[in-house]
Design a protein. Structure first.
Length: 250
């Protein structure tokens, strides 16, 4: 009998590198990379068996299953999920949301509506590859930016608000940005060992992953992977995920 070839997707961001080491070369896996929203559609249409997707996808689809033990999380400043604007983003009244991550978009709404207790903020779709410095010219006061681009966007003509920091200061908990999500519990169980092995290979290679990203700044990339990112889905991360879900649906 031919061994099943699992179809697995992940995001093309630096923070995923320790979780996916070796998967692209595994003969039992068909591997692809895309933004979280398109990976989620792959789970919807059956073209993927499992994917590293925005954590909100696990909360929206209770029939799917989180692969245990692994995640992308942070406790405090996350550096790669920020709201940018020419003026203080906390004072913005019209905010553009990057549609690539439903979780980051949902947290932005929570940050303004719950953490800041603002009810006067309008959220609109962001243009592709938004330039926060030009946000006012596009008719918005601030723009949500995620991923590697957010790591290097701080500059004199912009101000930023780190949403990971906002969440932890308010809740006292880590924030879970992404999880390995499988189409069902059987697939999650079958892939657990494979995905844990990928992390076991990737975790010792943080310096190499950072060195491969001079565009981000090697020291910045190393600090981000080693001191900002959290990859184990433990009790505090699960509590943070439950808190996020409770606020999101209230």
């Amino acid at each position: 009998m031919t061994e099943r070839r699992w179809r697995i997707g992940s995001v093309p961001y630096l923070n995923a590198r320790p979780l996916v080491e070796g998967l692209a070369n595994d003969p039992t896996i068909t591997y692809r990379e895309d933004v979280p929203s398109r990976l989620a559609r792959g789970l919807d249409d059956g073209s993927l068996d499992a994917a590293l997707v925005s954590s909100v996808e696990a909360l929206r689809h209770p029939g799917r299953a989180i692969v245990p033990d692994l995640c992308i999380a942070s406790r405090g400043p996350v550096l790669s999920v920020k709201v940018f604007g020419r003026d203080d983003p906390k004072h913005a009244k019209r905010v553009a949301l990057d549609g690539a991550s439903l979780t980051a978009a949902a947290l932005t709404r929570i940050a303004y509506g719950v953490i800041l207790d603002r009810r006067d903020v309008e959220f609109v779709p962001a243009v592709i590859a938004p330039d926060p410095a030009a946000a006012n010219d596009a008719g918005v006061d601030a723009t949500l930016v995620i991923g590697d681009k957010a790591l290097v966007l701080d500059r004199p003509d912009t101000r930023s608000w780190d949403l990971g920091d906002a969440w932890t200061q308010w809740s006292g908990l880590p924030f879970v940005w992404a999880v390995w999500l499988a189409r069902d519990a059987r697939i999650a169980a079958a892939l657990h060992e494979t995905l844990m092995a990928a992390y076991d290979r990737g975790a010792p290679r943080i310096d190499a992953f950072a060195a491969a990203r001079p565009d981000l700044g090697v020291d910045r990339a190393r600090h981000y992977l080693r001191h900002v990112m959290r990859y184990r889905l433990e009790s505090s991360e699960l509590e943070g995920l439950r808190r996020f879900d409770a606020i999101r649906v209230s």
